[in-house]
Design a protein around this ligand. Structure first.
Ligand code: SF4
Length: 511
């Protein structure tokens, strides 16, 4: 069996999805291989023959090895200008290599102007013409040599981002054409979201043998005849990162991704896809997480732990304070009473917490209440102050254009951000998308925004006239232009954003 992480996703950390599946296969003694085709594919374009037709690309090509080396060392994260130059140059090489095939490629995204990743007919078209994909030369030779050495019976793709969809189907089409007898399996977060939409059929029956919604461990083990009592969906498998090329990722040392839970323990925010899709909250006991981390830290010697949870639970934070993993860590957290306590924040920092990503969403209490965010603005201000005092960076997420917002509330968010700008290290600004199957969809007048049968969102008529165009204009012309906001936005690591942000905050890296 082979598990594949397809392009394109940020190539800075090993993929948690296939590592988890590999852990399950290993536990049950199933022979398998893992392939990070995203990392290898991007590196093949970056390090491939020169595509230079201009001075920038020529310079980037000359410096490519030096840039790649620098991004894997800590010192460049202390000199933001050098970092920006290296990322821009590396990205330029990938971009120009794909442009020959008319693809808009970056280190974080993949767009084909002629094909939509939201349309099943376009995905099937990508599968019929894999040679049109810019990664084709890479995956053709890589898969041929891999399959020649050790022919698999099952090939599994883990697809978590829309930016992976078209490349996944190009690879599927190539494999189906070359090795028609193989069993092809498709799973991961994006596939789960697709399959959870009401009334959705499998539009890929002729190409893919199995579409898996939710955790894939049980389905993969069942394909090897391991089922029932031997493997249950509720069983937890420690991820296995040993077969992934840990030294090749674009980060200073290994980032160790770890999921202590799926779903969200709050699960009430009206705008949230987790809530709309009805994903249940399943958390590992904190002791189990601590025990797993001990083993994984020993095995991978990481420079940073990345919690993948929608929100690290207060009980896990407590456990990390009691038994620190010995490595810096970061992840999403809800603003809570805990973070409004300076002693707790200080203890959290001592446990290795270097950065928290917090979904504040709005600086207007009326919006927070209407959207059931469960956050009090005064408490949020105190939490941000405490994080700052404790030395934990705050990566604050804001959401504009929710049904309960108008320009007045958006300006209140600007006001809150400016007043607390000295406590905010990084900002993420997003425009609200209405989940197709959310509770709000039934209350709003909807209109198709994204053409495509696989779309997870729908357009809607904003009840207060605060449409996407007006929101975008406000963000560009007013919000982002405020000097206090600009000062924060400029700190954001280009393309890698929150994945690299902690490295700018870690003073001494153990690499
Ligand atoms: S806290 Fe975050 S993940 Fe949880 S429901 Fe709200 S937005 Fe969704």
């Amino acid at each position: 069996m082979i598990l594949i992480h397809p392009p394109v996703a940020k190539p800075c950390e090993p993929p948690g999805g296939i590592a988890k599946l590999a852990g399950a296969l290993k536990r049950h003694g199933v022979k398998h291989a893992v392939l990070d085709a995203n990392l290898e594919g991007l590196l093949s374009l970056i390090q491939g023959p020169s595509t230079a037709s201009d001075r920038w690309t020529a310079r980037a090509f000359r410096n490519r090895h030096q840039h790649l080396k620098a991004l894997r060392e800590s010192s460049i994260y202390r000199t933001p200008d050098r970092y920006r130059r290296a990322v821009a140059d590396i990205n330029r090489l990938a971009e120009m290599a794909a442009r020959q095939k008319s693809i808009l490629l970056s280190l974080a995204n993949y767009q084909d102007p002629a094909l939509s990743a939201l349309r099943s007919t376009d995905l099937l078209r990508a599968s019929r013409h894999p040679e049109h994909n810019p990664f084709y030369p890479y995956f053709k030779s890589r898969l041929e040599s891999l399959f020649e050495k050790e022919p698999p019976q099952v090939v599994g793709f883990s697809v978590n981002y829309l930016s992976q969809a078209l490349c996944t189907f190009a690879m599927l089409g190539f494999i189906r054409r070359q090795w028609p007898e193989l069993t092809l399996v498709l799973g991961g977060g994006l596939i789960t979201s697709w399959m959870q939409q009401p009334g959705r059929q499998n539009p890929f029956e002729d190409l893919v043998d199995h579409l898996v919604a939710g955790p894939g461990e049980e389905a993969l083990l069942a394909l090897r005849g391991i089922d029932g009592d031997q493997a249950s969906a509720a069983e937890h498998y420690r991820p296995d990162y040993n077969r992934l090329p840990q030294k090749d990722y674009l980060a200073p040392g290994t980032i160790l991704p770890y999921s202590a839970s799926t779903g969200c323990y709050w699960n009430r925010c009206r705008f949230c896809p987790e809530n709309a899709e009805g994903n249940p909250y399943v958390a590992l006991p904190a002791e189990r997480v601590i025990a797993d981390l001990k083993v994984l830290v020993d095995q991978t010697r990481p420079s940073l732990i990345h919690f993948l949870d929608n929100a690290v639970s207060p009980s896990l934070m407590e456990a990390l304070v009691q038994q620190p993993p010995g490595i810096e860590w970061y992840g999403f957290a809800r603003i809570s009473r805990r973070l409004a306590d300076l002693d707790f924040c200080t203890a959290l920092q001592r446990s290795g917490c270097v950065m928290l990503k917090v979904g504040l969403e709005s600086g207007a209490q009326t919006v927070l209440d209407a959207e059931q965010k469960g956050i009090d603005l005064e408490l949020a201000a105190r939490a941000l102050r405490n994080l700052k005092k404790a030395g934990i960076a705050a990566y604050v997420y804001l959401l504009f254009g929710t049904p309960s917002e108008t320009i007045t509330e958006a300006r209140a968010t600007l006001d809150f951000t400016v007043r607390h700008s000295d406590t905010i290290d990084f900002l993420n600004l997003a425009i609200f998308n209405l989940p197709l199957c959310g509770q709000q969809t039934r209350q709003l007048e909807t209109q198709m925004l994204y053409e495509g049968d696989l779309s997870l969102y729908t357009g809607f008529r904003h009840p207060k006239g605060w449409d996407r165009g007006s929101v975008r204009q406000f963000l560009e012309k007013e919000f982002k232009r405020h000097p206090a906001v600009r000062r924060i936005l400029i700190q954001d690591p280009p393309l890698f954003t929150s994945n690299h942000a902690p490295f700018f905050k870690i003073n001494s890296l153990a690499v």
